[in-house]
Design a protein around this ligand. Structure first.
Ligand code: NAD
Length: 542
């Protein structure tokens, strides 16, 4: 039922992206950021609860989250769920679902817009937590919070669009109405690398479409996950609509995915975990009333092509930024550079010379371009791929690493690899770039398409026929022409891949919310002979 209190929502201004900050130019923004880091540092090491049915819950066991640039710095002590907490969260979400499903789209959108206001008022603090917990640089952290706000604003508007019932083809005496309803309990399983934006994007999409949510952040970014919980609390969401659980990924994630009452799993993470979840969700568990749906966004092995007509001055900084910003820990990061023979030597030598200027050290220091990886496991994985690369290809450049504690690895560039080599095929998720040589543009496209992934890609060229060919044949979810391959913006570049990169669901785009909904059709015989009583019938949804 529509409620007058929320009618302002019907005249919302059009969606606009949240503006980014420029710390290099704006002294005020610089100072605010410094004091936010100081303030966050004074809050480190606290104990954090679970959040179930609008109540904080503690258990007897905790785990720690640490600063990847200085692992002795404890960011927080997180509550480890036990399986009774999983059952309690499911029960809370299940109880809350019928009323939340029947809440108007206007009211649900209102909550998201209120959360966006809270996030905006805490934007520096939310960014500072990311710097300390996941080792983002200032600009990267701030951009993540802006993206999170964008998701809230964009999905609030999208849900209003989808809430309007549609009249379909009808013949005389028949009225056909098409509309959507939410599925039920949605489990959100998120990665650590865009710890607020990706989490909040999935959570907001599920909530605004009328599903109730159990959110499980990565065990590597649980304090940022708790911050997300704190954004919802001041807006007064009904009990049980949003719940937050922390602990070991496979244990809680597994229990949630397998629970018979869960109808939807929104997952973003690695191919290995994503495929495992798809397999588990396809199993029918006793008393399961739904065919579970998995929204699954996974990894990439993204390529940038540089042809013989490219503006190399424009290409080099974009390639380095795409490959190494946030230490290459983005699903969209460039990990393969494909250069045409005619410009290979010139492009590669300039790339290496520019790479030598990139400074490495703690992410918190804004003079560093490049910081530590997320954890020891990631450090060991990248180090092992560097060893594989040394056997498969030629080591072209390796940066020094700072001699301080922290999960640092060198920025590493290989050339002379074969397209079939492991370093040219497997997602490494770190600062490792492989350069491949192409005979001509068609060969470059073939190389670009030669992995199992299809997430992002980019082409630097001033030849229109090449750009045209790439648009059609470089088969990735997000292709960029004459710019880098990272930094998709909500509403402008709906993001997501296909093949082994995911389900092609495109977060931040016009189709995304549909994945959280079931469509229904109501057909009415209008050749009626009068209703009983005085009331009339006209079709409405929530
Ligand atoms: P991950 O697969 O290790 O973990 C992702 C989430 O799954 C975490 O919350 C984790 O706790 C949980 N999990 C782990 N095992 C589970 C299980 N058995 N059952 C249920 N849940 C389980 O990935 P990550 O290291 O957090 O993130 C990096 C990966 O995410 C990279 O592969 C990257 O390319 C990908 N990624 C993709 C996108 C995209 O939009 N396509 C965006 C960001 C990251």
């Amino acid at each position: 039922m529509k409620n007058k209190k929320f009618s302002y929502i019907d005249t919302l201004p059009a969606f606009k992206n949240e503006p980014l900050a420029n710390f290099a130019k704006n002294k005020d923004e610089f100072q605010k950021f410094l004091s936010a880091i100081r303030s966050v540092r004074s809050q480190l090491g606290k104990k954090y609860p679970l959040y179930i049915d609008n109540e904080e819950v503690f258990t007897n066991t905790t785990f720690q989250s640490v600063n990847p640039n200085n692992p002795s710095e404890i960011i927080g002590n997180l509550t480890n769920v036990d399986l009774s907490n999983v059952s309690a969260a499911i029960a809370a979400a299940k109880n809350a679902f019928p009323a939340w499903r029947n809440t108007s789209a206007q009211e649900r959108a209102h909550y998201l817009l209120e959360v966006a206001k809270v996030a905006r008022s805490r934007i520096y603090e939310l960014s500072a937590w990311q710097i300390l917990e996941v080792g983002k640089q200032w600009d990267q952290a701030y951009a993540d919070v802006c993206e999170a706000i964008d998701f809230l604003e964009y999905y609030a508007r999208e849900t209003l669009r989808l809430a309007e019932p549609r009249q379909l083809e009808s013949i005389p005496g028949e009225l056909n109405t098409y509309f959507y309803e939410p599925r039920g309990i949605a489990v959100v399983i998120a990665p650590w690398n865009f710890p607020l934006a990706i989490s909040l994007g999935m959570v907001a999409a599920a909530i605004v479409t009328g599903n109730t949510v159990i959110y499980k952040p990565s065990e590597l970014s649980p304090v940022v996950g708790f911050n997300l919980t704190q954004l919802f609390r001041p807006v007064g969401l009904p009990s049980g609509v949003f719940n937050y659980l922390t602990g070991d990924g496979p244990t809680i994630g597994g229990a949630l995915v397998e629970h018979p009452d869960v109808s939807l799993i929104a997952f973003t993470g690695s191919k290995k975990t994503g495929l495992h979840i798809c397999q588990k969700a396809a199993t029918l568990y006793p008393n399961q009333p739904y065919v579970k749906r998995v929204i699954c966004e996974m990894g990439g092995k993204n390529a940038i092509i540089v042809d013989e007509t490219a503006d190399i001055d424009e290409a080099i900084p974009s390639i380095l930024h795409s490959a190494f910003a946030y230490q290459g820990q983005k699903c969209s990061a460039c990990s393969r550079l494909i250069v045409l023979d005619a410009v290979y030597d010139q492009c590669v030598s300039r790339l290496v010379e520019t790479a030598k200027t990139l400074t490495i050290g703690p992410s918190e220091d804004p003079s560093n371009f490049f910081g530590a990886l997320i954890d020891k496991k990631a450090q060991e994985k990248v180090t092992s791929y560097i060893e594989i690369g040394k056997k498969e290809a030629s080591l072209l450049y390796q940066s020094p690493t700072p001699e301080i504690p922290g999960f640092f690895v060198p920025l590493t560039i290989f050339n002379n690899a074969l397209p079939s080599h492991r370093i040219a095929q497997e997602e490494v998720f770190g600062p490792l770039l492989v350069i491949l040589r192409a005979k001509n543009f068609s060969h470059a496209i073939d190389l670009a398409n030669s992995t199992e992934f299809a997430l992002t890609g980019s082409v630097f060229s001033r030849t229109p026929s090449h750009l045209q060919k790439a648009s059609q044949e470089f088969r990735v979810g997000n292709l960029y022409l004459n710019r880098g391959c990272t930094g998709a913006i909500v509403g402008r570049q709906p993001f997501g891949g296909f093949r082994m990169s995911g389900g092609g669901t495109k977060a931040g785009g016009p189709d995304y919310l549909l994945h959280f909904l079931d469509p229904r059709t109501v057909t009415e015989n209008t050749l009626r002979r009068g209703f009983q009583g005085n009331s009339s019938f006209s079709f409405t949804t929530n």
